[in-house]
Design a protein around this ligand. Structure first.
Ligand SMILES: Nc1ncnc2c1ncn2[C@@H]1O[C@H](COP(=O)(O)OP(=O)(O)O)[C@@H](O)[C@H]1O
Ligand SMILES: [Mg+2]
Length: 207
């Protein structure tokens, strides 16, 4: 607000374990999403191996605040990579401390539902998600937490929640990619859309 980026914080879209997400309005009456990482999440983040193996953030140690702020910066940077690679994901606008401002994914002022809420998806949606995972991989990034909870379903699927995304140099990057693809294939399989995960993983790796 002090920076003049937003004029009002409107309502909480989500109150999660790791972060709260709010809809906010800009001075020119557009909506943005404001994600505020919770300090309580530091203990969990500290133990996770997402920061540790990521060369961009390896040196982040110390206070809870430092760890949580590193996650906010990491999500911002990952969203920048996604934007560059034309992945369907929020556009990052601003990060400061534990607060991240990004484009609001929704319609008529309401956020798009999560894939887990609507429980639908067709072949086209699956292909769009896989294409996005491949674009990310080509750009050197693995989401590492893809599931029906981190995909919003608008006119097409959007990938969100990039805080734990890692660069390919992370020692577990390939393992995270496999897990992401298997998760998404399993979800679509429950909708009757069957695909061979091994084939898809190979394709994403370009092998
Ligand atoms: N850019 C956005 N636009 C609209 N809604 C969003 C946006 N980012 C997150 N949300 C909503 O907030 C929820 C939580 O966001 P997420 O980034 O997944 O954080 P976490 O899972 O760590 O709580 C999402 O499931 C989604 O409903
Ligand atoms: Mg999430």
């Amino acid at each position: 607000m002090k920076k003049g980026l937003i004029s009002t914080v409107d309502y909480p879209v989500s109150t999660g374990k790791e972060a709260n997400v709010f809809r906010a309005t800009t001075p020119d009456d557009a909506f943005v999403a404001v994600k505020i990482y919770k300090m309580e999440t530091a203990k969990f983040l500290r133990k996770s191996d997402y920061l540790e193996g990521d060369p961009r953030f390896e040196r982040v140690k110390g206070s809870d605040r430092a760890i949580v702020e590193a996650f906010a910066r990491k999500e911002f940077k990952n969203l920048q990579i996604c934007q560059e690679a034309t992945v369907n994901a929020p556009i990052p606008y601003f990060v400061r401390r534990n607060v991240l401002v990004m484009s609001f994914l929704g319609e008529d002022g309401l956020p798009y539902p999560r894939m887990s809420d609507v429980g639908i998806g067709d072949e086209k949606d699956l292909d769009s998600i896989l294409a996005d995972l491949q674009k990310m991989y080509k750009a050197g990034l693995v989401h590492a937490d893809i599931s029906k909870y981190n995909i919003l379903l608008g006119e097409k699927p959007f990938i969100i929640d990039l805080g734990q995304g890692v660069v390919l140099r992370h020692p577990n990057a390939e393992e995270f990619l496999e897990r992401d693809v298997r998760n998404i294939v399993k979800f679509f399989s429950s909708l009757g859309i069957k695909r061979d995960a091994d084939e898809l993983i190979k394709k994403i790796r370009g092998k």
